[in-house]
Design a protein around this ligand. Sequence first.
Ligand code: TYD
Length: 415
Amino acid sequence: MVGKMRGRRWRLGGPSRAVGDPGRGYPGWFVAVEGGDGVGKSTQITALAKWLRGRGFEVVTTREPGGTPLGVEVRDLVLHAREHQLGARAEALLFAADRADHMESVVRPALERGAIVLTDRHVDSSVAYQSGGRGLDAADVVALSAFATEGVRPDLVVLLDLDPAVARARREERTGVPDKLEAEAGDFHARVRSTFLARAKQDPERYLVLDADQGPQILTGAIQDRLDQVLPPSAAEAEAAARREAELAAAIAKEREFQAAKAAEEAEARAGAEAEERKRREEELAERQAAEQERTRKAAEDRAAREAAEHEAQAQAQADEAERTETQKREAERREQERRVQTQQDALRRREAELTVRQAEARAKERARLAAAAAKAAQEQARRQPSLADDLMQLGHAEADEEAADGPDAEGEQP
Ligand code: TYD
């Protein structure tokens, strides 16, 4: 509810609150409580003021007539002057004069400040009493009021409707001394009532008509419901709402932050777990590959070892074979050698035997030659000396016999 007055924007409940209806011309909110005498208007105003102040609004409670010093006098004049009987028009003009003063000195300044003004009676009372009751032309009374108010009218009119007879009984219970208007006849009050209702019917948006024959708290609750629909929040409420919004926004931001951190943490944990799992799989694969390589290597090694062993066995067999061959060869050579040695020895022995034979033969020959020579010499000798020749001859024969007895091998010596 923001109004523009004298070039300024206003907010209800103070300058910190942006609310309102720029077309109304002021930032405050104007509520009139209307109804016949004794319907309980002041009770509702007191209760509403308390409630609105509790919500943080600036509230001005006032009344017509009597909201200003002039109003007090007008009130006195109109309601209590006994010596001079006022005509309906004068009465209407006095109420209008009071309204003009009231608007100028109390209501308008409060509305311009952004306050909520709760007034006990306003234009509708003039129309109900001076037109409905006194019989003045309604349009004249409305025009007179419009003149007094400069067109400012209540944003909400709460009409507490009550049977005038019931209202009268209440009044009499309360004060016992009726004012001039209260003292009017029952049909006067019936017209007042119907005029109020007729006006309310014409503009239901702006009126709240309540059956005043109910408990005051019920009435207050109904008025509060209506005001809740039309009033903007007070500055305090707006601040509290802004605070709550800020707190909520902070809480949401905090929650988002927390969720983001949590999500990041979870993502990190997930990534960590995945990395861990990947690492584990890689390690497992590497282990399997290493094991496979080890098996392959071991198999190759075993194969190589087997092949080496086979080679070695073969080589050993070959070596054994070669050795056997060599041994056989050496054996053959040895035997050949032995055979050659044997042969050589045989040959040697034969040669020795031959030599021995030849020597024996040679010796025999020599001895024979010697014997022959000796015989010859002996013969020679004998020819020259016969005895000696005999001796020598004999000697020669003896040696020849000996020789024959010994044989060639028994000799063995060089002659
Ligand atoms: P009210 O405000 O009820 O005063 P209280 O309860 O203290 O006596 O009464 C004021 C009387 O003035 C009431 O009977 C209605 C009358 N009245 C009019 O006739 N015309 C008006 O314009 C207004 C404001 C009041």
